[in-house]
Design a protein around this ligand. Structure first.
Ligand SMILES: Nc1ncnc2c1ncn2[C@@H]1O[C@H](COP(=O)(O)OP(=O)(O)O)[C@@H](O)[C@H]1O
Ligand SMILES: [Mg+2]
Length: 244
């Protein structure tokens, strides 16, 4: 079972949109995918039409006792299940304040055999939960809006991972890009130079991605041939090759 996180210290950079669309693409590609909404804002849970409530209680699940199968919900998308956001709470944060790494993998252990890929939609912070994410995932997928500040944030994340000695690879990719903007093009060039392991697919700033909030579905389900949808298909292909 592989684990990827959509992670950034910044909010509003397309983590949730990317988590939902990449999870849907992976499922379309035949993988058994679990999307875990770790953000208490529960946007992923909202996009996939599932109630943000875990039966059996958050505490139990965090302690690894609850029947995970009951907490996990099916979505309208074949091959894609959701672990909703009830867990993205203070209880989860508190339970993560332990020095033991890979708590997240431990929580998922009872269902490990049922999924090929787990995608985490993360809240924007450098908290105890973030440390657990760093020690659990195979890679951090870091969406970034092409601005100078985002490049700086990426350096900060890299510095932090170095400082705490996490070997977790960072795979940045550009989202919300506007090629008409000179600054966006310049930042994309610096990203390629400084981050050779970046994902080369760029997700454009596209209105159909914004419409996910109205349609409450991945973009490929209501605008399959749009630019946004094609970008996420290409991005998934690139990731799939790396995690083979
Ligand atoms: N490629 C895109 N094109 C246009 N709007 C986007 C795109 N990606 C995300 N958005 C919009 O930007 C806002 C923030 O995206 P979201 O995925 O929620 O970010 P995060 O999870 O990092 O906070 C949302 O309103 C979303 O609809
Ligand atoms: Mg989000």
């Amino acid at each position: 079972m592989q684990m990827l996180a959509l992670y950034s210290i910044k909010g509003g950079v397309g983590k949730t949109a990317s988590a939902v669309n990449l999870a849907a693409e992976a499922a379309r590609d035949g993988r058994r995918v679990l999307l875990w909404d770790l953000d208490p804002q529960a946007a992923t849970t909202f996009y996939l039409r599932s109630k943000p409530k875990v039966r059996g209680g958050v505490d139990k699940l965090v302690k690894g006792k609850a029947d995970l199968d009951r907490a996990i919900r099916e979505t309208d998308i074949e091959g894609l299940d959701l672990l909703p956001a009830a867990l993205g709470s203070r209880d989860l944060e508190a339970s993560m304040e332990t020095r033991k790494p890979s708590r997240l993998r431990k929580i998922l252990k009872p269902v490990m055999g049922s999924y090929d890929l787990v995608i985490l939609d993360c809240p924007p912070s450098l908290s105890a939960l973030a440390e657990q994410i760093f020690s659990s995932v195979d890679a951090l997928l870091v969406p970034m809006v092409p601005t100078t500040l985002s490049l700086r944030t990426l350096e900060q994340l890299d510095g932090h991972l170095d400082a705490v000695d996490h070997a977790c690879p960072i795979w940045p990719f550009v989202t919300l890009a506007d090629r008409r903007k000179t600054l966006h093009r310049q930042v994309m060039e610096s990203l390629s130079e400084r981050w050779p392991r970046r994902l080369s697919t760029t997700v454009p700033n596209a209105s159909e991605v914004e419409r996910m909030g109205i349609e409450r579905a991945p973009v490929g389900h209501f605008a399959r041939s749009s630019r946004g949808s094609r970008a996420y298909t290409a991005l998934w292909r690139e990731i799939a090759q790396r995690i083979q």
